[in-house]
Structure formats: structure tokens, C-alpha cells
Write a protein that binds this ligand. Sequence first.
Ligand code: GLV
Length: 326
Amino acid sequence: MAKPKVYATHELFPDARKILDATCDVEYWSQQERPSRDELLRRIKDKEGLVCLLTEKINDELLRAAPKLRIASNVAVGYDNIDVDACSKRGVVATNTPGVLDETTADFAWTLLMAIARRVVEGDQFARSGNWKSWNLDQFCGTDIGGKTLGIVGLGRIGSAVARRAAGFQMKVIYTNTKRIPADVEKSLNVEYRDMNQLLAESDFISLHVPLRPETRGLFDSPKFHRMKRTAYLINTSRGPVVDEAALVASLESKTIAGAALDVYENEPFIHPGLKRPNVVLAPHLGSATVETRTKMAVMAATNLVSIFKGQMPPHMINPQVLKKS
Ligand code: GLV
């Protein structure tokens, strides 16, 4: 029997390819630059499966172009690139990769936090410039992390992993969430609940860990920046559009907040020129970027995809109702 045809918009790690190739006839996009929309729509025409990245919009237009498609397997935990309702309406299963990237992404939120607090990037650029002539008492003085207050917006899997790491710095950790978590979990994580306004007023560092949804789009806007301490820093490893970037730039320009460290942007890979300033650390969406974690994500995405063609339930479905109906 012919293997089901699958399109993968990126070369995957060998462990993941092994899983895919054993069951499917896979066409891989092998260039670093993402396939253009036209290219993607052309390639997907006769495919039953798709392995995609968060850069690909899986919407009605794509689904119309892929009448045989049964599964869209996202190599990411966030799935704001997928129109889940459109997939469900057409009986297309959508899957993601939760769980395997929590610790790595939490590490990176901390990497950014420490980098902005201790001015690592500014220091690196200066060290390379050849302008370092002597050790000075006031050179690149940053701010302490130890004993400060960390505010976590969204205490899910990644937010909790960020909270656990704060213990080593003797920080006070406060959080806000759509739902307050049970008291015993609060106790084990050593976190205290605050409403958003209290969190904004108390935090020295605010780290965002909410998914991008209509209700979180532009969540961090001008009024929120004005409620933050002038000495506070914003860390964002979630999704760019959770922050109103123009408002952030205005707040940095007016010194309403002290700085920001960002991994994600409103219109990636475009970065607002107003963010390119010394008190902002910029990373190109690296939250989960370790060989170990990206391999696990690719393997999970491959496993999700092949499940469909083996007549099994994919382990991480976003819209399980699609299979329950049939
Ligand atoms: C990365 O941003 C992801 O959602 O996995």
C-alpha cells in the first residue's frame, strides 16, 4: 500500500525523520528561509499530513488548498498560528508539543532576566570593541536580582518552571493567572497570588507566560506600563503580540520602565526599531532552542502525525473532538 503523502515545512532532526519516514512518504522543505505562502499552498495540494512550524498560518485558505489533509502537526506548544475552528470544521486534527520545552523555555526567561539585570549584552559589546581601558567602579552597573520581587503573568507549566528557579535567588515570587491555583500548589512553588494591578505595582521583574489568545492580545499596554515601577523590567518569552510594542517603545523612551528583555515580537522577524536600545535585550525567538529540546519537539510532532495514519489517537491533540465525532 502506498504510504500517505506528508509535507514537512522544515528538515527535522534525524530521530523525528526516522519516525515519519517509516510510515509516510515525506517531502521536506530543506531551505532555512521559510517556504513562501504560494509554495506552501502548492506543495500541500495532494498531502494528507503536514508538519509545520509556528511561522505557517494554518487557516481556511490553506485547508481549502489541501482537500486531503487529515492532520496539521505543529512543532511548537503555542498554536496561535492555527485556526483551530477552521481545522475542526473540516475534520482536520491539529496537534502541538506541550511539556517537553517547559524547563528549557524557563531557563531562557531567566537567561534574559539576568542578561538585562546585569547588562551582559552591553558589556559583551564593550569588551569586543577594544575600548576597555581600565576597571572602573561604576562601569556597567546593573541591578541585583537576589531578594527582589518577580511577577509571573500566567502560572502554567512554563510560568511554574520560572517560579521554581527563583528559589535560588531568594526572590519573592508573585503571580497572576486567570484562575488562582490551589493553595497547596502555591505553597510548594512558594508563590503568592496578586491581581494584575497589584502585581504590576510590586514587581521588579515581570515575566510573561500566557498563550496568545484574543483576550491576551495587547495585554501589556500603556496603562499597564504606567502601573509598573520605574525601576522594573519586562521579560517576554511568550508571544510578541501579548505586548503592545508601540506602547512598550514609548514607555522605554519616557523611562516609565527601566528596560525589557524580549524573545518574541509583534511582527516576527521584524523588530520595532525603537526596541534597539541599550536597555533592551533582544533574542530571535530562542526560548526552546536547545538541541535536546528541539529534538524532543520534533519527535513529538512526528509521533502525533504518524498516529493518525496508524489509526491511533495522536497524544497531543488541540481539537480531540474531531476524532471523537467520527
Ligand atoms: C515556541 O514558541 C513554541 O510555542 O513552542
